[in-house]
Every structure is written in structure tokens, then in C-alpha cells.
Design a binder for this molecule. Structure first.
Ligand SMILES: NC(=O)c1ccc[n+]([C@@H]2O[C@H](COP(=O)([O-])OP(=O)(O)OC[C@H]3O[C@@H](n4cnc5c(N)ncnc54)[C@H](O)[C@@H]3O)[C@@H](O)[C@H]2O)c1
Length: 304
């Protein structure tokens, strides 16, 4: 069994490779060629444990992931976990993979894939609200698929130092509204429970929502949704999981028919892509990284 650490994953990282894996996941989702039960959520206090299995044609994978928002104050990661990748035909465990970096990479690639297909070709300014772990990987992947002149960031509490180390075209917005008004593509990756901006100057822009994955979490307001020409989700269960959609659906602000499942094609107008993530993404990305690790002889072989 191969163990792939954070460092192994970062050594193996090629953003375009991972974006291709996410495109493969959408194709598998479209064809229905996978088995993915609803992920199990266990909630206590403000913390969540998620158990996320998935089977695809070539392998199966299970992610055990924890989301502890209070860890920020303890200088510990909010999202942590492990992914187990098995051989489809024998059940043998092929790899155990660090879930913290795998999640960040695959979520970055989900955002990057959305920007690649949904944003106009000539966008110039990327805005990121929520500049922790996911926010950084969102910016990294988005920058692979569009040539941004400027990256504007905003965080209510503090900034992942990797932003400064990676982007030389970085500036900090004075407020979320200022960021939204200046940017062409806006990605939100906060742990917020309430909408994070209220400007109505959103026309023609592309929005990617990453942060909210529970009904009591929200980054986007009802008023924002009313301005959207297209609302897309990465997986059908996003509608039941995120407060960004579940609450507006219950209140009749939007209806089920306003929400489409993402497919890789450009849509004219103002677009909101909402991701909650799914085990299918973890499975395809884990498989891709495992095969590359075997080829390049990375990772540590663990004895059974
Ligand atoms: N869609 C997915 O597939 C997916 C995958 C992984 C994580 N997530 C979610 O993304 C969120 C962020 O995760 P993370 O690992 O980056 O956490 P993190 O704590 O590293 O980063 C979150 C950042 O948001 C900032 N923030 C919180 N509230 C804010 C507000 N109102 N305005 C501006 N900034 C604010 C915090 O200061 C922090 O820097 C979590 O809710 C997590 O569950 C989603």
C-alpha cells in the first residue's frame, strides 16, 4: 500500500492534470457510470465529520474528512482527513492519501474547471473572498485557466501567506463589495454563516461559491440570486446541503427549475456556480495522483 503525504501530492501537482480529472468526473456523472451513496454527515457543536465513498469503473475510494471551523483559532487546519483508494476488482487497498491537501487540490480544480468553462476569455481581474486554505488553491487553479492581470483578495480575519508568495499581482480590497465590483470572476471560500456582500453590481460576472456546505452556512444573499441568469451546481445534492440554495428554494426566491447541473459549456450572462463537493471528485483525483506516483516512484510503500 502506497502512502502519499502532503509533500508527495504537492510534488505531483500539475493543475491542468487535475482539472482534466474533474472534467472526467463530470463526464462520469453525466453518464451515470458510478455508485455514490449520499455522504454521511455527523454534526456536533459546529463541527462536521463526513464519510464519502464512491465507486467508478476503475477503482473505488472513500474519504473520511472533518471540518472544524474553530481550528482556525488553534492554528490547526479547518479541513483534515484521509482518502483510501482501493482496487476495483480485488478490494485491495492501493493507497492511503493525505485528505487535507487532496481536498484542497480537487476543490481548487472544481473551481478552476468552472472558471475555465464559464468565465469569458478576456476576464482580467480575479477576486477571492475567504483567503484560507481553499481560497489559495482556488486562486492557484483559476490562474491556470485565465490570464488575470490582477488578483484582489479580501478576508475578514487574515490571509494565507501563500497568496503573497505566489501572486505578484496581488492587492487587498477594502471590503467584499469593493472586491465584487472590481473583479470579473469572484470566488468565495469562507466559513461564513451569513451572506458576505450586498452590492448589486454583479452583471456579467462569474461567481464561484465554495464555502457553504450546510443549510446554516451562507455566502450569497436572496437578492444576489435574483440577479443570476444561470445557477449551476456541481452535484444534485448541493440543493439540499447548502444554505446558499436550500433556504432560497424553501422561501420561493428561486425554484428547482432555475438550477442546472454543471456541464462544461459557456453560458452567456451572469453566472453563479455553487460547489459542495462530492466523493466522485475525490475518487478520480486520488486515482490520477496514485497512478502518477507509481509511475514517478513517489510516496512511501507501507507493509501490510
Ligand atoms: N465545495 C467544496 O467541495 C469544499 C471543499 C473543501 C472545503 N469547503 C469549505 O470551504 C470553506 C473554507 O475552508 P478552508 O479550509 O479554506 O477554511 P479556512 O479557515 O482555511 O479559510 C476560510 C477563510 O474564510 C475567512 N472568513 C470567514 N468568514 C468570512 C467572512 N464573512 N468574510 C470574509 N472572510 C471570511 C476566514 O478568516 C478564513 O481565512 C469551509 O466552509 C469548507 O467546509 C468546501
Amino acid at each position: 500500500m502506497l502512502y502519499l503525504s502532503k509533500k508527495d501530492l504537492l510534488d505531483l501537482l500539475d493543475c491542468n492534470d487535475i482539472i482534466s480529472a474533474i472534467e472526467r468526473a463530470y463526464d462520469i456523472q453525466d453518464k451515470g457510470n458510478f455508485i455514490m451513496p449520499d455522504r454521511m454527515h455527523i454534526h456536533y457543536d459546529d463541527n462536521t465529520l463526513l464519510y464519502m465513498p464512491c465507486v467508478i469503473e476503475s477503482s473505488y475510494a472513500t474519504k473520511l474528512v472533518s471540518v472544524f471551523p474553530g481550528n482556525k483559532d488553534k492554528n490547526l487546519p479547518v479541513v483534515d482527513g484521509i482518502v483510501v483508494l482501493n482496487d476495483k476488482h480485488t478490494g485491495v487497498v492501493n493507497a492511503m492519501i493525505d485528505g487535507q491537501v487532496l481536498t484542497a487540490i480537487r476543490t481548487g480544480a472544481v473551481g478552476g474547471t468552472a472558471v475555465k468553462h464559464l468565465a469569458k476569455e478576456d476576464v482580467k481581474v480575479l477576486g477571492v473572498i475567504g483567503c484560507g486554505v481553499q481560497g489559495y488553491y482556488q486562486a492557484l487553479f483559476a490562474s491556470q485557466v485565465r490570464d488575470f492581470d490582477e488578483v484582489i483578495v479580501y478576508d475578514a480575519y487574515g490571509y494565507n501567506p501563500l497568496f503573497k508568495e505566489t501572486f505578484d499581482n496581488l492587492s487587498i480590497a477594502g471590503s467584499p463589495n469593493e472586491l465584487v465590483e472590481k473583479a470579473d470572476v469572484i470566488i468565495t471560500a469562507t466559513t461564513s454563516h451569513d451572506p458576505i456582500f450586498d452590492t448589486d453590481k454583479v452583471k456579467g460576472k462569474t461567481f464561484v461559491g465554495i464555502g457553504s456546505f450546510k443549510p446554516n452556512m451562507r455566502e450569497y444573499s436572496d437578492a444576489f440570486l435574483k440577479h443570476m441568469d444561470h445557477i449551476l451546481v456541481d452535484t444534485p445534492f448541493a440543493k439540499d446541503e447548502t444554505g446558499d440554495l436550500k433556504l432560497p428554494l424553501e422561501d420561493g426566491i428561486i425554484s428547482e427549475s432555475d438550477i442546472q447541473l454543471f456541464s462544461p459549456k459557456f453560458l452567456e450572462g451572469t453566472v453563479f456556480f455553487k460547489s459542495v463537493g462530492m466523493a466522485l471528485f475525490d475518487n478520480v483525483v486520488a486515482e490520477k495522483l496514485y497512478l502518477k506516483a507509481v509511475e514517478l516512484k513517489k510516496g512511501i510503500e507501507l507493509e501490510a
